[in-house]
Design a protein around this ligand. Structure first.
Ligand code: GDP
Ligand code: IMO
Ligand code: MG
Length: 427
């Protein structure tokens, strides 16, 4: 069975955790391929809710091997806390495999992330302050520490001493902060974290390929989303990794020929956390309704998300960038109370009309959305289990999203619960 990629098509928090949990059922291995603990993937099972940051959402199934791929940046303390919290609730995490090539998020990354944001003032990106950008910057600069270094104290110390010298200069001379102690960091990472993580560190690429060769299913779970991608997103208001489908190949170590299915997740509207352009952003009563009904506050950071209408221009671009085979639309139920709904079908700027995303960022900052108005359905969909049982206007709305975006809709979410999902069409 070849591999499936599941990824976000907007600015994050589309419901990747919930959909991964659903698709994982038929898989042997679920791999997180990029990002770090900036992610917050929430899964609701009955009365219980799980908010995952680093562990792949397949971890809830006892027969699945969860993998943290080489493309992820790992904060060991957060990962251990996550494992402990799940184990305390009866979820067995012993099968977890962490790629030795994944990079470590270090204390100076988190400190520099927060300081850089403060330094940028009103130009700040609104990062999660988890050290993600600085960790990926060190990876690209080839001064990062990797998960496998935890298994080799001498190498770990050597690398840490070299890199910390520079980081301490930055902390002291630029930000007027106290230097960090190499001894303290080494002690924590090598004596506290390494012994606990060691049994999990290994050959993630080998495991994925052995699974594929044996005909097993591999699901590649994206974090963040297409428009937070460092190459294809609304740069610089992006994260520092590649959530797009291509990133799944590099971040898990498999070639594109193994990918047989790419599922894009989108909310029935849009949200964004942090700064950056957002053509269909709304304010006032509409915004409050979306935020309240959608509980649009960060899964881990608690920040209020910025809401807006569904943007088909973005979605057309996401279909192209990711070779999307299908769309899963989540949170349809959040729109239940609206009399009319708006869908952005094009942008206008400087007298020109854009059916596709303008390549120049300055244009994107100026565009005005062209909306099509559709009638709402004014009734609850949260208990609906089949496509035919959805109100006519809701089906029309979904068909419109699909036609405008250029991909078929296969799943529709009508609530946070594991079962609150409609199989909309067969693939
Ligand atoms: P992720 O980062 O893409 O995994 O998404 P998050 O977990 O951060 O945010 C999605 C939120 O929406 C979570 O609280 C989910 O429980 C919730 N959710 C997912 N699907 C639906 C849905 O169809 N309807 C409603 N009302 N909530 C949903
Ligand atoms: P999931 O996986 C929504 C946003 C931050 C900020 C920008 C850069 O739950 O969808 P970073 O800390 O990554 O350097 O921040 O990216 N961001 C997210 N927004 N969902 C996420 O993850 C996000 N991860 C990062 O708000 O604007
Ligand atoms: Mg999230």
């Amino acid at each position: 069975m070849p591999a499936t990629i599941l990824l976000g098509t907007q600015w994050g928090d589309e419901g990747k955790g919930k959909l991964t949990d659903l698709l994982a059922k038929e898989m042997q291995v679920v791999v997180r391929y990029q990002g770090g603990h900036n992610a917050g993937h929430r899964i609701v099972v009955g009365d219980e809710a799980f908010a995952l940051q680093l562990l792949p959402s397949g971890v809830l199934y006892p027969y699945i091997t969860p993998v943290i791929g080489n493309g992820v940046v790992v904060e060991p303390k957060v990962l251990l806390n996550e494992i402990d919290a799940l184990e305390a609730r009866g979820i067995d995490c012993s099968r977890l495999v962490i790629s030795g090539s994944a990079h470590l998020v270090m204390p100076y990354h988190q400190e520099i992330d927060a300081l850089t944001e403060r330094y940028l003032g009103k130009n700040r990106l609104g990062t999660t302050k988890r050290g993600i950008g600085p960790a990926y910057a060190d990876k690209a600069a080839r001064i990062g520490l990797r998960v496998q270094d935890l298994l080799d104290p001498k190498i770990f110390r050597q690398k840490l001493d070299v890199v910390l010298k520079e980081k301490n200069l930055i902390l002291a001379k630029i930000y007027n902060r106290l230097a960090l102690s190499s001894d303290d960091i080494a002690k924590r990472y090598l004596e506290e974290y390494a012994p606990r993580l060691a049994p999990h560190i290994g050959d993630a690429v080998g495991l994925v390929h052995d699974t594929l060769a044996a005909g097993g299913g591999v699901l590649l779970e994206g974090a963040q989303a297409t428009f937070l991608d460092v190459d294809h997103g609304t740069y610089p208001f992006v994260t520092s990794s590649n959530p797009v489908a291509g990133g799944a190949c590099t971040g898990a170590g498999i070639g594109p020929r193994y990918i047989s299915r790419v599922v894009g997740i989108a909310k029935a509207y849009v949200t964004r956390v942090g700064a950056g352009p957002f053509p269909t952003e709304v304010s006032g009563e509409v915004a409050d309704t979306l935020v309240e009904r959608g509980k649009e506050f960060g899964t881990n950071t608690g920040r209020r998300r910025r809401p807006g209408w569904f943007d088909a221009v973005m979605m057309r671009h996401a279909v192209r960038l990711n070779s999307l085979d299908e769309l899963a639309i989540t949170k349809l139920d959040v729109l239940d109370s609206f009399e009319t709904l708006k869908v952005c079908i094009a942008y206008e700027a400087g007298g020109a009309r854009y059916a596709h995303l303008p390549w120049h960022q300055s244009v994107l900052h100026e565009v005005r959305p062209v909306y099509e108005e559709l009638p709402g359905w004014g009734t609850s969909t949260s208990g609906v289990g089949t496509k035919d049982a959805l109100p006519r206007a809701a089906r029309d709305y979904l068909e419109f999203l699909s036609a405008q975006s250029g991909a078929p809709i296969t799943f529709v979410g009508v609530g946070p619960g594991r079962d609150q999902i409609i199989r909309f069409a067969q693939r």
